[in-house]
Design a protein around this ligand. Structure first.
Ligand SMILES: [Zn+2]
Length: 183
């Protein structure tokens, strides 16, 4: 039955080509998503294999924020107060891991986001936030931070600071928590 087997082989070849085409489309789709939507990093983190890299974004703490912090750190030290960064820039992957942990701990996205924002909304991922310690250092920075343009942001996070204002300008009022900013 040469005709049937030729037919089968044609069908098989077609199926192989279809699978290949779908794979190419899937990869292209992920690539397009990466290019067009730099914010979709949480979705990206679950889609991408280890060979892909995160879309171009912040890869370090903002240089100006770093300078502001170093100036504050020097002045704190001059006053005998230790001040250090406990968490600065985070990759989207790292941030998503923290969100997942918080989801497990707090049981819902809403509760988790009071503490950890999704990657596309996190100032840490943008390189524009620092968590500082120890507690006395954070307290010092809350009192003196506006001189350096460093502001505590949330009532529930005394350790979290962002460069929200120009140095020497008063900081805005505290927000209750990070989730409040999500609206
Ligand atoms: Zn923080």
């Amino acid at each position: 039955m040469p005709r049937i087997s030729a037919d089968q082989s044609t069908r098989r070849a077609f199926a192989r080509r279809a699978v290949l085409a779908l794979a190419v489309l899937a990869v292209a789709g992920v690539g397009l998503r990466l290019t067009l939507d730099g914010g979709a990093e949480s979705a990206w983190a679950t889609l991408a294999g280890p060979a892909l890299r995160a879309p171009a974004a912040a890869t370090a703490l903002d240089a100006d924020l770093e300078r502001r912090f170093e100036a504050a750190q020097l002045d704190a030290a001059a006053g005998g107060v230790e001040l250090r960064i406990t968490s600065g820039w985070r990759s989207a992957r790292e941030q998503q891991r923290l969100v997942d942990e918080a989801m497990t701990r707090y049981g819902s996205a809403e509760a988790a986001h009071r503490w950890v924002l999704p990657p596309e909304r996190s100032a840490h991922v943008a390189g524009l936030a620092i968590d500082v310690g120890p507690a006395a250092g954070a307290q010092w920075l809350e009192q003196h931070g506006s001189a350096y343009g460093l502001c505590r942001v949330y009532v529930n996070e005394p350790w979290h600071f962002e460069p929200l204002v120009a140095p020497g300008t008063p900081c805005p009022e505290l927000q209750p928590d990070a989730g409040a900013a999500l609206g």
